[in-house]
Design a protein. Structure first.
Length: 385
């Protein structure tokens, strides 16, 4: 029995040994595990740039206004802008519509219905900080080609981006692009018409008359070259607080072409602000400065100043543009009436009091509601307590 037990044990040992040797001989060497080098991948931080923009409406210089600006043998409009200048100078870009053409005194100044204004008004506006100017409106051709050429020559020598009226075909075809704070921008400007004054054939460059086709061609020429595309539209019906169906249709069309901001002028009174897709649409800023007598409850004297920040973000090769911090301030076009109208001044509602208009609080509520007619989230700066 002992011999049999020993034999079985030896057999088991031999069997285990054989299995071990077989496994060892046939086993392939496992590859060594390589240590992975854990490199820390840094996430690309977005690069952000910002431009601040402020916009006001029509500068329409009736004779009483430019006479008020004539002091000590020269034109100087700085006192009319003294409450506006400190605000405007806080912004990178500042827009207005030069409604009455700056043809200069050499042509003889004139009032409604065919305006011509002193170029010194432009000097005061530039000094106040304005650097974006629309020259396309229904009064552009009031005093003919000579006034347009005088105007273009005046603006040509200023550090200002103008649009909508040109001294040659070549000048009109060159859409000017500017850059500030790393953001490239341009302004296009159009008017619905010129009060029945026909543009001479071959001289269409004197003023940009709006058509869908022209706007499309201009926008396609420049859209991929700029970050910010603004279009000034002289459109709508005078003294109407709501935009026309044509305005709405054109705004939709311009939005579809990729316009960032549509700046509306012409009605002389405030119309609503809204967004169409990503396009900010200001249907009408109203007047900025004029001597228009009250049409209806001060509607030509209560005006709008709109501001917005343009944010450019660059990340992973992609660029996005966002409009942020949209805000609005009502303005009041003050002047004293008497044998002649004097002491013109643009007053922000944030500093209004009864000396300027005893009914200013009601006017604030009324015209703020117009601004917010289409969007109650639109902000209007409150009155100071």
């Amino acid at each position: 029995m002992k011999k049999k037990l020993v034999f079985v044990i030896l057999l088991i040992i031999l069997l285990i040994g054989g299995i071990y040797l077989y496994t060892k001989n046939n086993q392939q060497e496992k590859p060594k595990q390589l240590k992975k080098e854990t490199k820390e991948v840094k996430k690309e931080e977005p690069k952000t740039s910002k431009l601040s923009l402020v916009m006001v409406g029509d500068a329409l210089l009736h004779s009483s206004l430019y006479k008020d600006g004539y002091k000590n043998g020269k034109y100087d409009f700085s006192s009319q802008l003294e409450y506006i200048k400190p605000i405007i100078q806080n912004y990178d870009l500042a827009f207005y519509n030069q409604e009455s053409i700056l043809g200069g005194t050499e042509l003889g100044l004139s009032d409604y219905p065919t305006f011509n204004s002193p170029q010194e008004f432009g000097d005061s506006m530039i000094d106040a900080g304005f650097n974006l100017v629309s020259l396309a409106n229904n009064h552009t051709l009031d005093r003919g080609e000579k006034a347009v050429l005088n105007s273009c020559n005046y603006w040509k020598n200023k550090d200002v981006l103008t649009a909508g009226s040109y001294s040659s075909k070549e000048e009109a075809e060159e859409i000017k692009i500017k850059e500030k704070n790393g953001i490239k921008y341009t302004l296009l400007a159009y008017t619905y018409g010129t009060n029945g004054i026909k543009v001479k054939e071959g001289k269409e460059y004197l003023v940009n008359l709006y058509s869908d086709e022209k706007a499309k061609a201009d926008i396609e020429k420049v859209r991929d070259k700029v970050d910010l595309l603004m279009v000034s539209m002289h459109w709508g019906t005078e003294y109407k607080t709501e935009p026309t169906e044509t305005q709405k249709k054109q705004a939709e069309y311009l939005s579809s072409l990729g316009v960032d901001i549509i700046i509306g002028t012409h009605p002389h009174i405030i119309e609503p602000i809204t967004y169409i897709n990503d396009t900010l649409v200001i249907y009408s800023l109203g007047n900025f400065i004029s001597a228009q007598s009250t049409n209806n409850d001060y509607n030509t004297m209560v005006e709008l100043m709109t501001s917005v920040d343009i944010i450019k973000e660059e990340k992973d090769g992609q660029t996005t543009i966002k409009l942020d911090n949209l805000n609005n301030e009502l303005l009041y076009n003050y002047y004293q009436k008497g044998s002649k109208w004097t002491n013109f001044k643009v007053i922000p509602f944030s500093r209004m009091n009864e000396n300027y208009n005893k009914d200013y609080q009601r006017l604030y509520e009324k015209y703020s509601a117009v601004v917010k007619m289409y969007d109650q989230n639109i902000k209007v700066n409150p009155l100071q307590a």
